[in-house]
Design a protein around this ligand. Structure first.
Ligand code: ITT
Length: 200
C-alpha cells in the first residue's frame, strides 16, 4: 500500500522508510511535491500538530495521509522545547537549538528528557493517532554526526552512554520515539479499514 507522508524533513522520511521496510508500505512525501504549501504547526500539542499536518494535505489531495509531530521534552525546562523544538532558538537551526539547550541546562543536575512522536492518520472517514516515547538524558557536549536535530545531545537510556547521533540508523529506529510510533502504523491502518485483519 502507498501512503502520503506529510513531512518535508528528509531525515525523518529516511528513518520512516527504513522502519517500514518489509511491511509493504511505501511513501510519497512533501519533498516530492514542492508545489504544495507547508502545513501549519501552530497547535499546542503534538497530537494537534500531527493531525493538523495530515488534515492539511488530505484536504488538498484526498488520499490517505500520515504525519508525524515530534520533539524533545526536558524535565528541568518544564517540558520545553516540546512542540517548539524546531524553533527553540531565534535562528531555528539544529546548531543554534543545540547551543541554546546546552546554555539553558548550564548548572542543572537534572538532565532527564524524552523524545516524543505522535503519528496521525487521516482518511475520508477516519482520524487517529498513535505515539512513541524515548527516555534519556541531555549530554554536556555534542557527540556524533548521524541523525538530525537534538540527536548529538540526547543520550537514550537504551544506548548505554552513546548519543543518538552515535547510533546507526537501525539502532536509532529500534529504540526511538519514531520507531515505536511507526511500528503501530499497521494497527492504525487496520483500525481505519485500509488493510484487513491479520490472518489467524
Ligand atoms: P515535518 O514537520 O516536515 O515533518 P519537522 O522537522 O518540522 O518536519 P517536527 O516538527 O516533528 O518535524 O520536529 C520538530 C523538531 O523536533 C525537529 O526539528 C528536531 O529539532 C526535533 N526532533 C524531532 N525528532 C527528532 C529526532 O528523531 N532526533 C532529533 N531531534 C528530533
Amino acid at each position: 500500500m502507498h501512503l502520503f507522508f506529510a513531512t518535508a524533513n528528509a531525515h525523518k522520511a529516511d528513518e520512516v522508510r527504513a522502519i517500514l521496510h518489509g511491511t509493504g508500505l511505501t511513501l510519497t512525501t512533501l519533498l516530492d511535491h514542492p508545489e504544495l504549501p507547508e502545513p501549519p504547526e501552530d497547535e499546542a500539542t503534538f497530537v494537534g500538530n500531527a493531525l493538523a499536518k495530515a488534515r492539511f494535505v488530505f484536504e488538498r489531495l484526498q488520499v490517505p495521509v500520515i504525519a508525524d509531530d515530534s520533539g524533545l521534552e526536558v524535565d528541568a525546562l518544564d517540558g520545553a522545547p516540546g512542540v517548539h523544538s524546531k524553533r527553540f532558538s531565534p535562528e531555528a537551526t539544529h546548531d543554534a537549538n543545540n547551543a541554546l539547550l546546552l546554555h539553558r541546562l548550564d548548572g542543572h543536575t537534572d538532565r532527564h528528557a524524552r523524545f516524543r512522536c505522535v503519528l496521525a492518520l487521516k482518511t475520508a472517514n477516519f482520524e487517529g493517532t498513535v505515539d512513541g516515547t524515548c527516555e534519556g538524558t541531555i549530554a554536556t557536549a555534542r557527540r556524533g554526526t548521524a541523525g538530525f536535530g537534538y540527536d548529538p545531545l540526547f543520550l537514550p537510556d537504551d544506548l548505554r552512554g552513546r548519543t543518538m547521533a552515535e547510533a546507526t540508523l537501525a539502532e536509532k529506529n529500534a529504540i526511538s520515539h519514531r520507531g515505536r510510533a511507526f511500528r503501530e502504523l499497521p494497527a492504525l491502518l487496520r483500525q481505519a479499514g485500509l488493510i484487513g485483519s491479520e490472518p489467524r
